[in-house]
Structures are given as structure tokens and as C-alpha cells.
Design a protein around this ligand. Sequence first.
Ligand code: G
Ligand code: G
Ligand code: MN
Ligand code: NA
Length: 254
Amino acid sequence: LVLESELRTAVERQQLILHYQPKVDLHTGRITGVEALVRWKHPERGLVPPAEFIPFAEETGLIIPIGNWVLREACVQNKAWQRRGLPDLVMAVNISGLQFQQADLVQTVSEVLEESGLDPSLLELEITESVVMHNAPQAIVMLEELHRMGVGLSIDDFGTGYSSLNYLKRFPIQKLKIDQSFIADLSVDADDAAIVQAIMAMAHGLRLGIVAEGVEREDQLQFLRGLGQGEYQGFLFSQAVPAADVERRLLAQP
Ligand code: G
Ligand code: G
Ligand code: MN
Ligand code: NA
């Protein structure tokens, strides 16, 4: 049970931390970027996973201050890696629907980029299909502004929300993250294989990048490699880890 008063002060008390899950090129095996995933370092309950407080934060509106903190922290971390001479990474940040309903989201992103000194091309915002569909007229304006600013935009959990593909044509999206439910049995289930193959072919035709989510086994990776270019993410390479672990992985890369 999450108490609103506790979560309300979590940001101020510096109880939130970010872990980072790498994204890896399917063919070179090199880390291309990371996704920032928040955790709550609760004084009594230990590390609380986001599934236990993000939905609540969305209901109560606390996702706004939390989301702003995540955005700032993630950009500052990425710039710090760059300053230390590590290879450039794209930092992906999850943006909730409610954040997209704030008229000042674009301004906030712009300020965070300026304050952190991070190049906009090294920031990517992950949004879900429902965000794009629910706020269509307002969302398109904001997405276009973010795109003009040079920030990357990707669709998270692609294939699980509204299946109108219309928005892919209208909105300045650069990447689709194929939901892990299609990846789980990819190499043995002909239907999943057909869906993933079709998404990758469509993405290629539309000049969109793809990220396969939830890759846990070598057979899934081999199958994806046979389908084309892209990136993957999943426990096979790494779960979400503290910043220091990302650094170690980067330094160990050939
Ligand atoms: O990290 P994990 O494995 O448990 O993530 C669970 C869910 O929490 C995912 O759907 C992820 O998108 C979401 N999540 C994690 N961090 C953030 C965040 O900073 N903002 C938002 N809006 N969602 C997040
Ligand atoms: O919804 P979103 O894609 O933002 O959140 C990513 C979620 O997927 C996190 O909860 C993360 O822990 C989880 N995840 C990442 N990689 C894997 C994986 O290989 N297998 C499984 N089962 N979950 C994963
Ligand atoms: Mn995500
Ligand atoms: Na996802």
C-alpha cells in the first residue's frame, strides 16, 4: 500500500533513484542507449519497483513532479557520462499520459536540456500509443515542437494499445518499441513471428527504428537478427542497473 503523503515527499527527501536498462544494436552488440527506470528507495520497505507506485502517481498527479525529477536526473546523468569521455548514448525517458496533458511539457524539456547541457539528439521520450490517441490535436503540436527541438520520440509497448496505424503517418515518431508479449515466444510461435516480421518490415518502409523489448534468450536474439536491423533490450543483455554498472559495461566494450 502506497501512502500519498509518503510518495508526495519522496522527491524532496531524495528517495527516488534511477536505474538504467541498456539498449543494444542487434548486429554489432554495442550499447546504443539506456532507458531510465525509476525506483523508490523507501526507508522501511527497501527498493520499491515502479509498478507499485507509478500507477498511483498517475492517479494522484504526483507523476508530474516525479516525471520532472526523472527527466532532469536522466539528462544530467547522460551529460556526466559524456563529460567523462564515455561513448555517446541515447537516454530514453518514459513520459506518462498525464505529463502530455501539461501545456508546459515542451518548455520543461527545453529547460532541462539547457540546464544539463545535453544535446537534444541524446534524449528520447518513450510514449504509449494511448497518449498519442487520447490527446490527438494537442499531442501532435507538442510532438512536433519536441521533434523540431531535436528530441527523439518512440512508441513504447507497440502493438498493445490502439491499433490505429494512422498516427505513424501524422506524428513525428522515429522508433517503435515492440512489446515484449510478441517477443516471448517469437522463435516457436508462428503468429508472433509473423507479427514481429510485419512490424519490422513496416518500420523499415516508414524509415522508423525498432527496439525489441524483453529479449531473455539467445534463440530470440538469433531470430530477430534474421529479420533485419534494429536494437534490443532485455534480461539477456542486462536488466535495469545503477549508473556505475552501465559505466562498467561501456568501459568493457571492445
Ligand atoms: O522498471 P520496471 O521494470 O519495473 O518498470 C515497470 C513500469 O514502470 C514500466 O511500464 C515503466 O515504463 C514504468 N516506469 C518506470 N520508470 C518510469 C518513469 O520514470 N516514468 C513513467 N511514467 N513510467 C516509468
Ligand atoms: O513499460 P516499459 O517498457 O517502459 O517497462 C519496461 C519493463 O519491462 C520494466 O518493468 C522492465 O523491468 C521489464 N523488462 C525489461 N526487460 C525484460 C525482460 O527481458 N523480461 C521481462 N520479463 N521483463 C523485462
Ligand atoms: Mn519504456
Ligand atoms: Na515497454
